[in-house]
Write a protein that binds this ligand. Sequence first.
Ligand SMILES: [Fe+2]
Length: 209
Amino acid sequence: MSGETKTQNALERFISKTRELFAKESDLDKRWTALSPILAELLADPEVLEASKSWPDCVPADGRAENLLFYEDPDYGFAINGLTKGSARQGGRARIHDHAHIYTLYGVLDGRERIERYERLDDRSKPGYAKIRKSTDQLVGPGEIDLVKPYEAHTEVTVGQRTVAIIIRSEKGGGFNQGRYNPETDGYYESLGPRQTPVEMLPKRAGAE
Ligand SMILES: [Fe+2]
């Protein structure tokens, strides 16, 4: 023990500010809107950007995406994920999907990609059917944050560069079905969300316990 006050790194700071916010704001729309500037601080941290260069590439397999899992909060249940799309993914587009009942903040840390958002036009009464229409198509880059509310359909499209995102979810994905949409056939189905691969977000500090 050195007796020095241990300074928090960007991840620890993000977690304590998020827990503080969740403790005082129970209205979910307000809570997730207020979380955006806290995530912006994490995305702006040079140590996080540097560390992200050696995060492993996420690889979709067996019909499931992969997310890096940095943290899951034991009390509030929110999860901090990473999503890296390396050279093998270029020119690819993720399936159009929703995140079921959870709230998500999708923050771009490195690289640029396009985010497409869709609106649902039918009344959700017909099984296996969903009529959707593209509502926005935006090129996003470092520091930009997209709030995805429950059941909102969207996808990301790579534009020829490695991209890295930090994703905050109200609940860890992978354990429940999410909606999948095919606008060409108006088809809809559900399947499990991303596999969660535990990874350290930041290198362990020398002497840290
Ligand atoms: Fe998504």
